[in-house]
Design a protein around this ligand. Structure first.
Ligand code: GSH
Length: 217
């Protein structure tokens, strides 16, 4: 069985969890408590020198890192159900959408950035909250502009099949909700999130369903 190091709230771990569930790949997850700084423990640094989750161990002991790279690996090795379209243009569109959220917006709100804002730049809680909400909202606003009115957008980000783009969108949308951002003001995104939430493989992977999460309200 594959072994993942993640954290209940981690957007990047959530992406990988959804992909594993969708592809029916069994895994067990060990939670690295990012709030307690466990990502900096020597044992974990030995696994992932970047001090981030997720890290995914394959059966042979190989350790994969970086959620998008892991998603591509899973796609290459377990092709069904496909999380990338077959045609090159479709693949480019899905990857471009995924990168809006996973590469351009998610890194702005991770714990190490929030800690730097507080500890080095002296930002108070209100300032940090405004930062987080701003960058979550920007990612959703830009995603909405990219998706709305594009004929390639369907019930999911790309047509009517869930793809890597949806996994990245879901991870940002759920994080945004968790920080009090109203996702419903982005109608195309809100519809796609609703459609993703109809899939058991997605809901089982939700942050609030994971060990260590606060009780859902
Ligand atoms: N680009 C990486 C991002 C990994 C990342 O930043 N993970 C966050 C949780 S979502 C983390 O572990 N942060 C620890 C920290 O910032 O100290 C990926 O997609 O895997």
């Amino acid at each position: 069985m594959l072994k993942m190091y993640g954290f209940w709230r981690s957007a990047a771990a959530f992406r990988v969890r959804m992909a594993l569930n969708l592809k029916g790949i069994a895994f067990e997850e060990t939670m690295i408590d990012l709030d307690a700084g466990e990502q900096h423990a020597p044992d974990y640094i030995a696994i992932n020198p970047q001090a981030v989750v997720p890290s995914l161990f394959l059966e042979d002991g190989t350790c994969l890192t970086q959620s998008l790279s892991i998603l591509e690996y899973l796609e290459d090795t377990t092709s069904s159900p496909a999380l990338l379209p077959a045609d090159p243009l479709g693949r480019a569109r899905v990857r471009a959408l995924a990168l809006i959220w996973a590469a351009d917006h998610h890194p702005l709100i991770v714990p190490r950035i929030r800690s730097y804002l507080r500890d080095t730049l002296g930002a108070d809680d209100n300032t940090r909250s405004a930062w987080i909400k701003h960058w979550f909202s920007e990612g959703l606003r830009i995603g909405e502009a990219r998706l709305a009115g594009d004929p390639a957008t369907g019930t999911f980000c790309h047509g009517d099949q869930i793809s890597i783009a949806d996994l990245c969108l879901m991870s940002q949308a759920m994080g945004a909700k968790g920080f009090g951002v109203d996702v419903s003001v982005y109608p195309t995104i809100n519809g796609i999130v609703t459609n993703c939430m109809k899939l058991e493989a997605v809901t089982r992977a939700l942050p609030l369903k994971q060990p260590g999460a606060p009780a859902a309200h």
